[in-house]
Ligand binder design. Structure first.
Ligand SMILES: [Fe+2]
Length: 417
């Protein structure tokens, strides 16, 4: 690992334009990122600078200018080069429409003009998903950007680690995904925290990455006819019982309130897995999260639980408490009575792929150790397709989930007996 880090640090001056020691008083907007606002037609614009003076926070979009706010990130005075974080919301945008935008201010300078497309109000909806990318050995971005998708989810473990070297890794990671590859500057990007973000109570994630300042560690949002829920699996490994209980109560309340007529699909994503058959020592870890949250997924008929953490791709049969439902067709789950779990932490990172050194579990339908990412397409209220592509662009797995719309009086508990 040390050799890889050294090689990376030696390569940085040649591949990027600045280092953390020479960014002082640079007021140019950088690290551009888009996320969903508090409704489907609201976009949150994120960017940062290293300016010693206070500059303005503005978004120019389609001949209009919106004002935002900024704050200084000092990691509780743990870093030498404070970062100014800018955020601005623009609402009442038209769905499924391409907009051009610029961020910055007259005092600090303006970014280049970028463009993005707002989310569709109805299906079809395409979402790209992966975890565990890293800045050293990220493997998916060139192929990912060859695919069309409406927004992206990175399920934790971003830079290995954001806080390393006085935040240098955070700066490089954000530069990589916004500028070198225009992923976050031109696509809506949603997240959840992983174990590699746990430094200083997730300070980098909380203040520089999460798309929710008021509830940074877990939140939900609706797009088209899908209810998405981002959770913090790390509460079960580095959190307190009070934090676990607060998230549990919030999650139960959130799931209980979903109108399944309007939102027949529920997708929950977190960093760690509840099921993985690939490696020794992960069973206890999976069980801890299962014991914590699996009942809620089952009770409220969550369709998919997506995660990373294990550095490979693995798709389970519909499963609950290790009871699984074997389907006639491995690639088509028809009216599954249990949630489907997909492990998808194979986007790269210096730890590289995790080899399969443990016998496959009977609830595992497919497992593939390729660098890869997923694209899920919601065609309508009953048909969802998952495709997994490797770093060469080859499709390595495909799953169709066909699920009936549940009437409001449906008793989920009946499935538990
Ligand atoms: Fe992880």
């Amino acid at each position: 690992m040390r050799i890889l880090l050294l090689l990376f640090l030696l390569s940085v001056p040649f591949s990027w334009s600045y280092s953390v020691t020479d960014v002082k008083n640079d007021c140019a907007p950088r690290h551009l990122r888009l996320s969903l606002g508090y409704s489907q037609t609201e976009i949150q614009f994120h960017w940062e600078d290293f300016c010693e003076e206070e500059t303005g926070t503005y978004v120019k979009i389609n001949n209009q200018t919106a004002k935002g706010f900024s704050y200084l990130f000092t990691d509780d005075d743990q870093i030498k080069t404070p970062v100014t974080v800018h955020r601005a919301f623009v609402s009442n945008l038209t769905s499924n429409t391409v907009y051009q935008y610029q961020v910055g201010s007259d005092e600090g300078g303006w970014s280049n003009i970028h463009q993005f497309k707002t989310l569709p109000a109805t299906t079809p909806l395409r979402v790209s998903v992966w975890g565990d990318m890293g800045i050293i050995n990220q493997r998916i971005l060139p192929q990912l950007l060859n695919h069309s998708f409406d927004f992206a989810i990175h399920a934790g473990d971003f830079a290995y680690n954001l806080n390393y070297y006085n935040g240098y890794f955070a700066n490089k990671f954000f530069e990589m995904i916004s500028l070198y590859y225009p992923l976050t500057s031109e696509n809506i990007f949603e997240t959840c925290p992983g174990n590699h973000e746990s430094h200083n109570d997730f300070s980098y994630y909380r203040w520089r990455l999460s798309s929710r300042l008021s509830t940074p560690m877990y939140y939900s949002f609706n797009v088209a006819n899908v209810h998405f829920v981002s959770i913090n699996s790390e509460y079960y490994f580095s959190g307190t019982s009070a934090e676990r209980e607060r998230q549990y109560q919030w999650l139960e309340s959130d799931l209980r309130q979903v109108n399944r007529t309007n939102y027949p699909w529920i997708i929950v994503y977190g960093h760690r897995q509840m099921y993985a058959s690939g490696c020794v020592g992960r069973n206890l870890e999976s069980k801890i999260l299962r014991d914590g949250l699996e009942d809620l997924l089952m009770k409220y008929h969550v369709d998919l639980y997506l995660c990373g953490h294990q550095h490979y791709y693995e798709r389970m049969f519909p499963v609950y408490k290790e009871k699984f439902e074997k389907m006639a067709d491995n690639n088509s789950y028809v009216n599954p009575k249990y949630p489907v779990h997909i492990v998808n932490g194979a986007a790269g990172c210096h730890e590289m792929l995790t080899p399969f050194n443990y016998g496959i579990k009977n609830y595992s339908a497919v497992r593939i150790a390729h660098y890869s990412f997923g694209i899920m397409t919601f065609f309508n209220e009953t048909h969802l397709e998952w495709e997994q592509f490797n770093s060469h662009g080859e499709k390595i797995d495909k799953l169709t989930i066909i699920s009936g719309v549940l009437p409001p009086t449906y008793q989920h508990d009946s499935l538990l007996h």
